[in-house]
Design a protein around this ligand. Structure first.
Ligand SMILES: *Cc1c(COP(=O)(O)O)cnc(C)c1O
Length: 381
């Protein structure tokens, strides 16, 4: 049996029951379960606002675009970001007419606060921090830098559903936090995500923009309902970006089990750590600060012969992944190539071992043994 990098696990019967409610009620679109999920997500994270969208990608786009408009940023203004992330993070910046400026990462695989400081110019308006693999890295330092320098902060928490820092959910300090509920993330649905603004006014704008810029409230307020229900005003050029009740139904069920599931992921991570402990020179792990209880979305290692390790694991039916290739290798972002040497190194040496809820203790031993074999062979030649 092949061991995949990710294999989502669903509470199937509960999901079906929850979806059945939508079908019986005849309510599968915006509203109903989307509202319930938003309320539950706010309670779970403690964040003041939560807007359920059809992906984290659109959430990132909205966060950057709305912060730009509301703060009067100009085209060409800069946002500091990481080269080691999924491309959604960085595309949000040029999409809004802004420039992505790449800072280096550190051993946490997240942004290096020192490098971020070096990248700040008069044009810098914000930082996007990505909690890679669920790790909060040096997020606290980034929060402090943003405060000191008057910068906005966007947290790409696509990997961070359930991550806690010093016992609390991170994100209260950020202007916007974006979670992904994509099929292989820690809270899997099919596709969807949550955009959590700190400012309620921005949340309101996002909700209008997420449904073509339509504002229904003006007419419900100014007319005495009944006859004029079909009337509405349009304030923006929006998108069709909101989530729907059927997918929200799945999220509601999966959220019930998120903490339990993440605890098992952390157990898997500990099994890997214990197995690799005596090979620390050859198999390096990402640093996770002591105060971070990671969602353990990924289990990443750094090895000298990464590509060889992947080919050999494939031969044993094990399919690891790479998170991520240095984004400045892509022609779109090549203007910053060579400026983030540690990210460039990581891009060539990192791999993600299988990490999901179907893995057993024996699976983890089997995978680890194969990695150790291949790494040892390499160091003897
Ligand atoms: C998955 C992911 C996204 C995008 O999430 P979608 O819900 O698929 O749009 C953004 N950033 C990171 C770091 C991701 O891993």
């Amino acid at each position: 049996m092949a061991i995949q990098l990710f294999t989502p696990k669903f509470e199937v019967q509960e999901c079906l029951n929850e979806i059945q409610e939508c079908l019986e009620k005849g309510w599968t679109g915006l509203g109903f379960k989307t509202v319930q999920l938003e309320e539950k997500w706010k309670r779970y994270t403690g964040l003041p606002f939560a807007y359920y969208m059809n992906s984290a990608t659109i959430g990132l786009n909205f966060a950057v675009e709305i912060l730009k408009e509301q703060n009067g940023w100009e085209d060409g203004d800069e946002i500091i970001t990481t080269p080691i992330t999924f491309i959604s993070t960085n595309h949000a910046i040029p999409r809004a007419g802004l420039k992505a400026v790449f800072a280096d990462i550190d051993n946490t695989m997240c942004l290096n606060p020192e490098s971020v400081k070096e990248r700040i110019t008069e044009k810098t308006r914000a930082v996007i921090f990505v909690g890679i693999g669920g790790n909060a890295g040096h997020y606290d330092d980034i929060v402090r830098i943003c405060k000191e320098r008057g910068l906005r902060l966007i947290l790409d928490a696509a990997h961070m559903a359930g991550t806690r820092v010093s016992g609390k959910m991170p994100g209260h300090e950020a202007d916007a936090v974006i979670y992904s509920f994509q099929a292989v993330k820690n809270l899997p649905t099919a596709d969807s995500g949550m955009l959590c603004f700190k400012d309620g006014k921005l949340d309101e704008i996002a909700r209008k923009k997420g449904w073509l810029g339509i504002n229904k409230d003006t007419y419900t307020r100014t007319t005495n309902s009944g006859n004029y229900k079909w009337r509405y005003d349009v304030e923006y050029i929006g998108e069709k970006a909101h989530g729907n009740s059927v997918i929200a139904a799945i999220a509601i069920v999966q959220l019930r089990y998120l903490d339990r599931d993440n605890a098992y992921r952390r157990q898997i991570a500990r099994w890997y750590q214990e197995r690799f402990a005596q090979y620390a020179g050859r198999i390096k792990l990402a640093d996770i600060p002591k105060n971070c209880e990671s969602s353990s979305h990924l289990f990443q290692i750094l090895v000298e012969n990464r590509d060889e390790v992947i080919v050999n694991l494939n031969r044993h039916g094990i399919y690891p992944g790479v998170h991520y290739a240095d984004n400045t290798l892509y022609q779109m972002y090549a203007y910053d190539r060579g400026k983030c040497p540690y990210a460039a190194y990581v891009s060539e040496h990192i791999l993600s071992l299988p990490m999901h809820l179907q893995l057993s203790y024996d699976d983890v031993q089997f995978i680890s043994d194969r990695v150790i074999e291949i790494v040892n062979e390499f160091s003897q030649t």
